[in-house]
Write a protein that binds this ligand. Structure first.
Ligand SMILES: *Cc1c(COP(=O)(O)O)cnc(C)c1O
Length: 459
């Protein structure tokens, strides 16, 4: 029998205590943080679903590998162990380690992007977007329209819109496009996967115009598992085989190893081009470190070498994708709407639909984030008007995002099903008295990336 929601394929050997502080202490902590959950002490959080980035639990094999770390400045054994894993899984000719995904993006953008050039993708993650802009370039998001409809059940809602991509290249010309990307899974669009068919079509369009194709591979293993489950012809292939097929379409990749390589810090930049590799190594030495450690300790490289394989383990992936689907199902059963279908790494709650009486300029998803902490000591992240509303400098009009979402990201191998049950119960309680909840206003907000440091007051 295959269970619908497979139990954890591990048992617990080390525990990290967490505690739920009293309602009075939670209220005081909220007030002190200006009702911004980024400004709270992690110690005051009971269940932390702020992000799945670097928050996973390492295995006994990874901790053992840490002890084997070789801290030689150049040519360490740790580097060669990582090199073997990276070549075996991804199949690119060259690679360098970096301290995080954004460092790989920074180096790639520094080597390739010139002012007024464009970099298309299905959807850029915010650090990729910012690294392209930091070099004077312009990111473009060309995901299929189904991605912005929360009810739509399309199995590959992260797909690139091939018609839009062709028109885009025709409009700007290939000399204005130093490289093109696709993000798997599409983090900014709800952790939705991209199909193999779509990846191939995207690669073909880029290559017909001579544009190099890079994959943002932070959650490539989750994406490959979705392909195995949902795309005809892949049922019998291993996730690793699917990954090899996927990366063979690309000229390179950037990766935050804090996601599917299940480490607390690390990143990768892989590619085939020899000249570009030389330039990347020079930039890496300037920004990160020598090419055999790239801003990491030897022990970090070893943890990554092991984690890359554990992230591809199919029992683990069945449990992980099942955990996300389980939380979404528990919420949907009590009438709490989430983006459909459930994505890979988190559940995205439609807060605007739970609080229809709170207008977007009073931040319904922020209100839900605060309420979830107040009720259960649980931390999620607002992905709505606090994060994305912006003032048009020409018209002085505010532009609001289409959806007001609260994301509950699930760290890897960290929480059990009973933690998730508790999260669902806390949200059900909030929903039953939703009409009592009021919105928020800013008491402080910086101009850019304001969600990190803003302070609020309840209305
Ligand atoms: C996390 C992430 C990044 C950036 O990686 P960091 O390790 O946080 O610097 C880039 N792209 C995607 C899709 C991500 O999820």
């Amino acid at each position: 029998m295959t269970p619908i929601y497979p139990p954890e394929p591990f048992r617990i050997k080390v525990v990290e205590p967490i505690r739920l502080i009293s309602p009075g202490a939670r209220e005081a902590a909220l007030k002190e943080a200006g009702y911004n959950l980024f400004l709270m002490k992690a110690e005051d959080i009971f269940i932390d679903l702020l992000t799945d980035s670097g928050t996973g639990a390492m295995s006994q094999e990874q901790w053992a590998a840490i002890m084997r770390g070789d801290e030689s400045y150049a040519g360490a054994r740790s580097f060669h162990r990582l090199k073997n894993a990276v070549e075996d899984i991804f199949g690119f000719k060259h690679f360098v380690p970096t301290h995080q995904g954004r460092a790989a993006e920074n180096i790639l953008a520094a080597c390739l992007v010139k002012p007024d050039q464009w970099v298309p993708s299905n959807m850029h993650f915010d650090t990729t977007d910012a690294n392209i802009r930091a070099r004077g370039g312009r990111p473009a998001n060309l995901v299929i329209d189904e991605a912005s409809d929360p009810e739509n059940q399309h199995p590959f809602k992260g797909n690139m819109d091939i018609t839009k991509l062709k028109a885009f290249i025709k409009m700007y010309g290939c000399e204005k496009i130093p490289f093109g990307m696709v993000t798997v899974t599409n983090n900014a669009g709800g952790g939705q996967p991209v199909s193999m068919e779509n990846l191939k079509a995207t690669a073909d369009v880029y290559h017909e115009s001579g544009i190099p194709f890079f994959i943002d591979a932070a959650r490539y293993a989750e994406n490959c598992y979705f392909i195995k489950q949902r795309e005809p012809g892949y049922e019998q292939k291993s996730v690793k085989e699917i990954a090899r097929e996927m990366f063979a379409f690309a000229d390179g990749m950037t990766m935050s190893a804090k996601k599917d390589a299940i480490v607390n810090i690390g990143g990768l930049l892989c590619l085939n081009d020899d000249t570009l590799f030389q330039n990347i190594k020079n930039e890496l030495i300037l920004r990160e470190g020598f090419p055999t450690y790239g801003g990491l300790a030897g022990r970090d490289l070893d943890a990554m070498a092991v984690g890359l394989y554990e992230g591809l383990d199919e029992d683990y992936l069945a449990y992980r994708i099942g955990q996300t689907a389980y939380l979404a199902k528990q919420l949907n059963d009590t009438g709490i709407p989430t983006i459909q279908p459930a994505g890979g790494h988190g559940v995205y709650i439609n807060a605007g639909a739970i609080f229809p009486h709170i207008p977007n300029y009073e931040f319904p998803a922020q209100a839900l984030a605060v309420e979830l902490y107040r009720e259960g000591g649980i931390r999620g992240v607002e992905i709505g008007s606090v994060m994305f509303a912006c003032l048009d400098p020409e018209t002085q009009q505010w532009h609001y995002p289409k959806l007001e979402l609260l994301r509950l990201a699930i760290p890897r191998r960290t929480y059990t099903q009973s933690h998730l049950d508790y999260v669902a119960e806390s949200l059900a309680k909030i929903k039953s008295s939703a009409d009592q909840i009021r919105g928020y206003k800013f008491t402080y907000a910086p101009e850019l990336l304001r969600h990190f440091t803003a302070r609020f007051e309840p209305l």
